[in-house]
Design a protein. Structure first.
Length: 301
C-alpha cells in the first residue's frame, strides 16, 4: 500500500486535469468545478511538477494537450469514472439482501445447484453467496446464515429442520451392471470394482459399514478405487468405472435419467440425514426465511 501511495499524485489535481483536458480550457474547467481559473491552473501546474512533464501546451489564447497529456488523459479519465461509479453504487440505498448459505460439496453440487435458479427467479432481490465445504466448521461459520449439512440434527446453538433422511444403496451405470455376473446379494458386489469415498467423517457411511449392515464382510485389503470428492465418485460410477454408494435425493436425478441404476435393491437407512441449520444467536433475515421455506417445499415436491 505504501508503494501505491507513493506512486499516486493527489486526487484534486487529477480532477482538475481531467476537466481541463476534456474542455481544452482552464476557464471552462474552473466553471465546472466551481473554482477560479487561477486555482485550476495552479493545480495542473502542481501536477506537472509532480509528474516531471508538461501535460498542456499553452498559448496566449488557448491550451492543447501535449503528447504525454493525451496519453495520460485516457488513463485518468477511465480511472476517475470507475471510482465515481463505484462510489455511487456504495452510496445507493440497498435494494437487495445478501444471503450466505453453506453446504457440503455433495449436496451443494448434486441437490442445491440444480435447484438454485428457481429460487433466484422467485426471489430476484436476494443476492446469493454459496460456500461449499466438507468441513463442518466452515459451514457453521459466523458469516453463514443458512447451512445444509449431514448429521443427527443436534448442533448446540443452532435451530435445525431435517430436510431428508439418509437412505443409501449401491449404484452403477446400466452398462457396468450388464457386464457383472448376476448380483443377488451384497456379497456379490465384491466381484465388482467398489468406488470408495475418501473422507474424514466418522458418521458418513462407507462400504465397510454398508456391507456389514447387509450381512457381508469387506475383506481386509479389498482393492477399492478411492476418490475424495463425492460428485466425482458418482461421475466415475456413471462412466462405468465401478459401483458406488448412492444417497437418495443426491442421485435421484441421475437415476431418473437412466445414467445410474441400483446394483442391488438393498438399502441402508441410518439415524442421520441432511438438515437445514441456522444460528440461534440472531433473528433470521427475510432472505433466510424465504430460503428455508423454499428448501422445505423443494423436498416436498
Amino acid at each position: 500500500m505504501q508503494k501505491l501511495k507513493k506512486g499516486l499524485p493527489p486526487l484534486e489535481p487529477l480532477i482538475a486535469f481531467e476537466a481541463a483536458a476534456r474542455h481544452l480550457s482552464f476557464t471552462r474547467a474552473a466553471d465546472e468545478l466551481d473554482l477560479s481559473q487561477a486555482a485550476v491552473s495552479q493545480q495542473i501546474r502542481n501536477l506537472e511538477q509532480n509528474l516531471g512533464t508538461a501535460l498542456f501546451i499553452r498559448s496566449h489564447r488557448a491550451v492543447r494537450l501535449s503528447s504525454a497529456g493525451r496519453s495520460y488523459q485516457h488513463t485518468v479519465s477511465s480511472a476517475l469514472r470507475h471510482l465515481a461509479a463505484a462510489t455511487t453504487d456504495l452510496r445507493k440505498p440497498a435494494r437487495s439482501e445478501r444471503l450466505t448459505i453453506a453446504a457440503d460439496q455433495s449436496i451443494a453440487a448434486m441437490w442445491l445447484m440444480p435447484r438454485l435458479p428457481e429460487f433466484q427467479q422467485e426471489h430476484v432481490s436476494v443476492r446469493l453467496r454459496l460456500l461449499a465445504s466438507d468441513d463442518e466448521s466452515d459451514c457453521l461459520g459466523d458469516e453463514i446464515q443458512m447451512a445444509i449439512i449431514h448429521g443427527d440434527g443436534h448442533w448446540p446453538g443452532y435451530h435445525t429442520h431435517r430436510l431428508f433422511a439418509e437412505e443409501v444403496f449401491a449404484v452403477c451405470s446400466p452398462e457396468y451392471l450388464q457386464s457383472m455376473p448376476l448380483i443377488g446379494s451384497a456379497t456379490d458386489l465384491l466381484n465388482g470394482q467398489l468406488l470408495e469415498l475418501e473422507d474424514e467423517h466418522w458418521n458418513w457411511i462407507n462400504w465397510q459399514t454398508w456391507l456389514s449392515r447387509n450381512d457381508t464382510h469387506l475383506p481386509a485389503g479389498h482393492a477399492a478405487l478411492q476418490i475424495n470428492s463425492y460428485p466425482l465418485l458418482i461421475e466415475a460410477a456413471k462412466n462405468g468405472q465401478g459401483i458406488a454408494l448412492g444417497w437418495r435425493y443426491l442421485v435421484d436425478a441421475d437415476m431418473q435419467k437412466g445414467s445410474l441404476v441400483k446394483a442391488l435393491d438393498a438399502c441402508v437407512e441410518t439415524q442421520y440425514g441432511y438438515y437445514l441449520v441456522w444460528p440461534e444467536r440472531s433473528e433470521q433475515s427475510y432472505a433466510a426465511k424465504q430460503f428455508l421455506r423454499w428448501a422445505i417445499a423443494q423436498h416436498s415436491q
